[in-house]
Ligand binder design. Sequence first.
Ligand code: MN
Length: 233
Amino acid sequence: MAKLAFELPPAPTLTIEGSDERFPVNRIYCVGKNYAAHAREMGRDEREPPFFFMKPANAAVDAASPVELEYPAETSNYHYELELVAVLGASLRDASEEEAIEAILGYAVGLDMTRRDLQLAAREKGRPWELGKSFSRSAPIGAIHRAKQWPDSEILLEVNGEVRQQSQTSMMLWGVAESLAFLSKFDTLEAGDVLMTGTPAGVGAVGPRDGMVGRITGLTPINVIITGAAQGA
Ligand code: MN
């Protein structure tokens, strides 16, 4: 095997509840506008085919215990999006929903942290969202609970003790298995891939010293504190 010019940083890994094994993160797929009320607040109404964007593997942060996130550069509108996360333990290609369910290793609570000002500026120009969505440490993800399917659950985000997002996971327009089956028609999904399933209504900004607690019934909650100075602050 050819010698590498240099070593890459190791892939981030996530905690698996009740296990010594860790989950190595491969790719992170995110579903856009997957709750009707959030789709409306972002200017979209009807159920269209799902659409996806991605975050790099190094967006993942193990949030099995409380974590700090530094306020990111080049934004003055840093938003939370609380989401149910499903992770794959096997590959999927042109899969049925039943096959997709079999490939799931488990579920966790996650945050799709977003530089909303950059995302919206890109969207207005019909450009990709990478600068708004795809950056280091933009996806804190809690402990993974092994399960093939996750029942309808309350999804709730508090910022500094105030409820900001509250819905039910059954309000998703596209379910986990539907989304994975759909994606698998376009590319082979792999063990280590992560699906962030979209956020309910109530997205908003956080700044330095704000503390978020994200909960989905039955999963380990996540605690995330923002540090550092906001741009221009
Ligand atoms: Mn999202």
